[in-house]
Design a protein around this ligand. Structure first.
Ligand code: DAH
Length: 338
């Protein structure tokens, strides 16, 4: 009987000094496990007289219950302590003021998003095409054969025979018209590439292509759309002017000028004293291009235009040098984000 008392005292001392859940688990094995203290104690029951056995058994059971419940509350206590310790260690101080440099949208992205928003509201669908393009879609399908001098206007990066980096977003006109029959109202933003670099030219820049093909499309539709776009981008009083031009894929072709948003048309350094700023090329889709893509040019016609996004952003935000867009100076980029 004294052994039961000894074991209880030993257990009490050990459980009192217990510091972790592992130690508590360890005690459980040592006292209640198969080769534990209590099992060993029970084995001694056979040496007792039959009269002594029931009360000995009851005492051992009492001790087992005592140890079990003591360990249970010890484990719960240890778990709680460990949780408190972790909460302390992993605490995040949400009161610290935010010192991270916040990002903002790039001015070219802002202009692209704005044009896409305005044009999708007019029913244009936004598509994207491949940056690595074939000579066929970049030139031939657009009525620019191999020996055509118009190729000189677009200094091209050739990758291999017949494969190049697209010089404009116009190839998507042909790609779409081959697949889809009119009515078509398409917008294609994306990167374009030309071997050209100075304050107003970059080897990589961005364009948005617009294409409308349907019955009875007129130059007036083109002008109305551009006037709406210009008024939204640069203000209500902005005027749009068409000047005759040449692109092999449009006939007639126009160069589109906007009245200078800086001086209101009086003449300043931005518009080089003319009161007008050239912003994009446009025209009525050349019937050759329609036919190349399998569209009946006696039934359908259309207009198209291509906008340089850097150019629009430079005018809109008064940015003097195109290279500023690509230097990734956060101080520059942060000025335009909302
Ligand atoms: N693709 C021409 C360029 O990059 C711009 C252009 C002109 C696009 C007339 C058009 C267009 O869609 O009709 O120089």
């Amino acid at each position: 009987m004294s052994t039961i008392g000894e074991i209880k005292n030993k257990f009490d001392a050990e459980v009192g000094g217990c510091q972790s859940t592992e130690q508590a688990q360890d005690l459980k094995v040592r006292y209640l496990g198969k080769s534990g203290e209590l099992t060993a104690l029970l084995k001694g029951i056979k040496d007792l007289s039959p009269e002594e056995r029931p009360s000995f058994g009851a005492k051992v059971n009492e001790l087992r219950n005592y140890i079990e419940s003591a360990l249970q509350s010890k484990l719960a206590e240890m778990k709680e302590q460990e949780m408190q310790r972790r909460l302390q260690q992993e605490k995040v101080d949400v009161s610290l003021t935010d010192v991270r440099p916040w990002g903002s949208l790039h001015p070219v992205t802002l202009v692209e998003n704005e044009i896409c928003r305005l044009m999708t509201a007019m029913g244009f669908e936004v598509l994207s095409g491949p940056e690595i393009e074939t000579d066929y879609y970049n030139f031939q399908a657009l009525n620019i054969p191999y020996d055509h001098p118009a190729r000189d206007m677009q200094d091209t990066f050739y990758i291999s025979d017949g494969i190049l980096l697209r010089t404009h977003t116009s190839p998507m006109q042909a790609r779409l018209m081959e697949k889809k029959k009119p009515p078509i109202k398409m917008l294609c933003p994306g990167k374009v590439f030309r071997s050209d670099s100075d304050a107003s030219h970059s080897p990589v820049f961005h364009q948005i292509e617009a294409l409308v093909v349907d019955e009875n499309v007129t130059l007036c539709d083109l002008k109305g759309t551009l006037e709406y776009l210009a008024s939204k981008l640069f203000g209500k009083s902005t005027k749009v002017r068409f000047r005759p031009s040449f692109f092999p894929f449009t006939e007639p072709s126009v160069e589109v000028d906007l009245s200078c948003s800086n001086c209101g048309g009086k003449g300043c350094s931005l518009c080089k004293g003319t009161g007008w700023i050239e912003v994009l090329g446009a025209g009525m889709v050349n019937p050759f291009v329609l036919e190349n893509c399998g569209i009946d040019s006696s039934k359908y016609n259309g207009y198209a235009f291509g906008i340089g996004l850097e150019r629009i952003a430079m005018i809109k935000y008064g940015i003097p040098d195109i290279r500023l867009f690509y230097e990734n100076d956060a101080r520059f980029i942060k000025q335009f984000g909302k």
